[in-house]
Design a protein around this ligand. Structure first.
Ligand code: NAG
Ligand code: NAG
Length: 174
């Protein structure tokens, strides 16, 4: 009987292991092909529709998040522009707001392309959307006395990440 306990423990730990290594979900599998795994999983899981979505559905969820981020940042930047006392800062922020609005439009076009399974066009539109926040940063660089606001940098990064995962998921389609 002395050997029963170790055997039982081994059996229990194997059982625990098999429970903890459940088959990955489609979200996890899809996100594992992207550059930002954790960001991808938490972003997609924030949408209640994601557990039922196929890969194309996951790409549209990422794009919807990107649209809402771009729109939100465009309004945020417009508000910043209104409260800016410096005329150059006000002008740059207004341009940035327009770029984020353009990004939202390009993302909207990518959804249209996805709905007709035009994956190449969807890819092109998301790539364009990913460039706009970058244009905002470059505008700030042209005015060295105007520091690029930390909050703008943070928002640029989130939108860049969302566009990157959207592009990587679109690449799995077709
Ligand atoms: C922007 O995207 C992030 C990451 O997916 C998400 O958590 C956040 O809710 C989004 N914000 C808006 C305003 O859509
Ligand atoms: C942007 O998002 C923030 C937090 O996610 C929210 O408080 C704010 O109301 C949103 N702004 C707009 C214009 O949607």
């Amino acid at each position: 009987m002395a050997s029963t306990l170790p055997h039982l423990l081994l059996l229990l730990s194997l059982l625990a292991l098999s429970l903890s290594t459940r088959t990955p979900t489609l979200i996890q599998k899809t996100c594992s092909t992207t550059t930002y795994y954790d960001f991808c999983v938490s972003s997609l899981q924030s949408d209640p529709e994601s557990p039922k979505a196929d890969v194309r559905g996951l790409s549209t969820i990422a794009i919807h998040l990107a649209i809402s981020n771009a729109t939100n940042t465009s309004s945020y930047t417009t508000t910043l522009a209104r409260s800016a006392a410096d005329p150059s800062l006000r002008a740059v922020l207004r341009e940035c707001a327009a770029k984020y609005s353009n990004a939202g439009e390009a993302l909207q076009w990518s959804l249209d392309a996805l709905s007709t399974e035009s994956y190449d066009y969807a890819f092109v539109h998301v790539s364009a959307a990913a460039e706009y926040p970058n244009v905002c940063r470059v505008l700030f660089r042209q005015y060295p006395r105007l520091p690029y606001p930390v909050e703008m940098a943070r928002r640029e990064e989130v939108l860049e990440h969302l566009c990157t995962i959207a592009l990587e998921i679109i690449s799995l389609l077709g």
